[in-house]
Design a protein around this ligand. Structure first.
Ligand code: NDP
Length: 308
């Protein structure tokens, strides 16, 4: 049987490429010297395209793929995918939710603990020989018994909440709609949640609708003893305000996995001891990335098998 042609828009992990290759005749747009020319000559052959949250897909690109019926994306975030435009053209867009909940939640907890306990700063303290010379590292900050505010309480936020309970935290949250089944304190007002919390964890989608939701006012309300953790998207926070407030001490600490203009990170953060930085690693374990890859494949297989 001839294999169905599938267009891969951007780089993918080798395991996923291999799984796709077993089933489909894949062609890699990102390896074409002249991608536009390639599309003009070949786009009509592809009923399916594979992308990722890192590569995304714009309305212009969708227009260049007139026969595509399904776009299968690696990742749960849809902020880099023009889903609304795809839907106007009757194109299905599939992502990889749920399988990354635990690892992304673990990253949130890691960043919360690492920043409040000065883990990276104290690692440097030991390596620089300061402990050996008799210096004492300053006391850090605990989280037990303290209120931690979640901005977003969906698939991943709910898992973070459960894990926070195991650390003895008092969980509260802010979303646009109160979750009737959630046993946590709801705040309609985000500034009030920040004011009442020792730490705020962002775990809501990116995109225009959430741009700068974590504003300067919210960060100021969190205050000099507060910690901000972002495992959502860099765009959800006013990054300029975040850097300034961390520099001035008006915000205590931060643990950041995501940034507004990745892979660029504001250089001012490199000099700060009160920040722990990660290169967007929330879902980046061998196990979870494979599970996400399997979802990309099953989403395509399901579509071609006419399953929901
Ligand atoms: P869900 O769609 O399950 O949950 C999103 C939550 O955000 C909902 O509770 C929603 O509630 C809330 N929300 C949406 N808009 C707003 C808003 N304007 N203000 C406050 N709350 C809002 O998503 P997931 O939990 O699966 O994933 C969340 C995001 O995490 C992804 O979109 C992705 O960007 C990011 N992510 C990051 C990873 C990383 O590597 N760092 C890995 C995986 C995901 P309501 O609609 O009631 O407002």
């Amino acid at each position: 049987m001839t294999k169905q042609p599938v267009l891969v828009l951007g780089p993918l992990m080798p395991y996923l490429l291999a799984e796709l290759e077993k089933r489909y005749a894949i062609e890699k747009l990102y390896e074409e010297k002249d991608a536009l020319k390639f599309l003009q000559e070949n786009a009509g052959r592809f009923r399916a395209a594979v992308t990722s949250t890192f590569t995304g897909i714009t309305a212009d690109m969708i227009d260049l793929l007139p026969q595509v019926e399904i776009i299968s994306s690696f990742g749960v975030g849809t902020d880099s995918l023009d889903v609304a435009y795809a839907n106007t053209k009757g194109i299905r867009v599939a992502n990889t939710p749920d399988v990354l909940n635990e690892d992304t939640a673990n990253m949130a907890l890691l960043l919360l603990l690492a920043s409040t306990r000065d883990l990276v700063k104290n690692d440097r303290f030991v390596r620089e020989g300061r402990w050996a010379k008799g210096e004492n590292a300053p006391l850090a900050s605990g989280i037990e018994g303290k209120r931690v505010g979640l901005v977003g309480l969906g698939r991943i936020g709910s898992v973070i909440a459960q894990k926070l309970l195991a650390f003895g935290c008092d969980v509260a949250y802010h979303t646009r709609n109160k979750k009737p089944d959630a046993p946590y304190t709801y705040y309609e007002n985000l500034v009030e949640l920040a004011r009442d919390s020792a730490a705020l964890i962002a775990i809501l989608p990116g995109g225009d609708a959430t741009q700068g939701v974590i504003s300067r006012e919210v960060l100021k309300a969190l205050g000099p003893d507060g910690t901000f953790v972002n495992v959502a998207r860099g765009t959800v926070v006013d990054e300029v305000a975040l850097v300034e407030l961390l520099q001035s001490g008006e915000l205590g600490r931060a643990g950041l996995d995501v940034f507004a203009d990745e892979p660029k990170v504001p250089e001012a953060l490199f000099k700060l001891d009160n920040v722990v930085l990660q290169p967007h690693m929330g879902s980046a374990t061998e196990e979870t990335r494979r599970a996400m890859a399997d979802r990309v494949v099953t989403n395509l297989e399901g579509y071609f098998a006419e399953k929901p």
